[in-house]
Design a protein. Structure first.
Length: 314
């Protein structure tokens, strides 16, 4: 396989949308390359670094890699070297829709190498070939062959509401569709003998070019939503950022640097679509000023970050 294209300081291809952010200790580069090789045809589109002139809250070496932006199967991801504070778990996984059982066999095998199998590869009622695997970096993938949902996206984040969150999937999807300008495509409840019939077995919304899915787990798990896997909402202007921040954080928990937890405990980052341009600029001083400005904020202020980047901060 030929080596994928790597660009050190580009503008990422598509602004807008929802971008999953994967929290690592210091494995973002290795993970991005692993996924690019596993899926084929992907690329690294941007790399940002911690400031060289000052220490950082994560305790990472000055000038070391902060984020790796990469694309696989038409889906953008951010890999973040944030330190050991959070660990990715299966409360958010990714459906991967492939066309043939042979491709499901290949991809699930590659992703599981060095990881673990959560549901074994086989034939299930919903797919002629399906497996749920957790890779060596802790990210979970539900690989299935067969008919794709409307929209045809290959990769779809899946939120599992369990324990004290059980029963919240339908309401959460309806809120996300309203706030993010999407539409509800499916809210399928468990049938007789499958699980509690008041819970959602499979729900799906189409929002900002992504299929976002959710389910209520009928059993308890030793994990739940955390910052290990968050969803970035790319906003075009301050008005959009203010609205999305206010609505997602309502009854939730605002956090630093554009992060928040919604009322269900799901972590989001509400950020300007242009943030990669500032943090990957070849102008070291400018990008470090922008980074410092972001570190001082909760809800992000686009004009203030732009001013810091330009060296004209108030």
């Amino acid at each position: 396989m030929s080596k994928p294209q790597t660009i050190d300081n580009p503008v990422s291809a598509a602004n807008g949308g929802i971008v999953p952010c994967l929290w690592f200790d210091d494995q973002a580069e290795a993970a991005a390359q692993f996924y690019i090789d596993a899926f084929g045809g992907g690329r690294v589109s941007a790399v940002s670094r911690y400031p060289e002139s000052s220490d950082n809250p994560s305790g990472k070496p000055r000038g070391s890699v902060l984020t790796v932006e990469f694309e696989v199967a038409g889906q953008r991801f951010t890999g973040l070297n944030g330190g050991p504070h959070f660990t990715i778990n299966p409360s958010i996984s990714f459906f991967v829709h492939v066309d043939t059982p042979a491709e499901a066999d290949r991809l699930s095998g590659v992703l599981a190498r060095g990881g673990s199998v959560l549901m074994p590869l086989g034939e299930y009622a919903w797919s002629p070939r399906y497996a749920w695997v957790q890779d060596r970096f802790g990210v979970s993938w539900q690989v299935m062959a067969g008919k794709r949902p409307s929209g045809g996206s290959t990769i779809a984040p899946c939120l599992m509401f369990s324990n004290e969150r059980r029963g919240q999937a339908a309401a959460a999807l309806q809120v996300y569709a309203r706030v993010l300008g999407g539409r509800v495509e499916a809210l399928e409840r468990y049938g007789a003998g499958q699980g509690p019939e008041d819970l959602i077995q499979h729900g799906r919304i189409a929002v900002r070019g992504v299929s976002l899915t959710a389910m209520d787990s009928p059993v308890d798990h030793a994990f739940g939503f955390n910052e290990g896997l968050s969803l970035q909402v790319m906003c075009e202007d301050q008005a959009e950022l203010d609205r999305v921040w206010a609505e997602l954080s309502d009854a939730g928990e605002p956090g630093p640097c554009g992060w928040l937890k919604d009322r269900c405990g799901v972590s989001w980052q509400v950020v300007p679509a242009a943030i990669a341009e500032w943090l990957t600029s070849p102008d070291t001083a400018a990008r470090e000023r922008a980074f410092a400005a972001v570190m001082r904020m909760k809800k992000l202020d686009i004009a203030a970050i732009q001013a810091a980047f330009a060296g004209s901060a108030r």
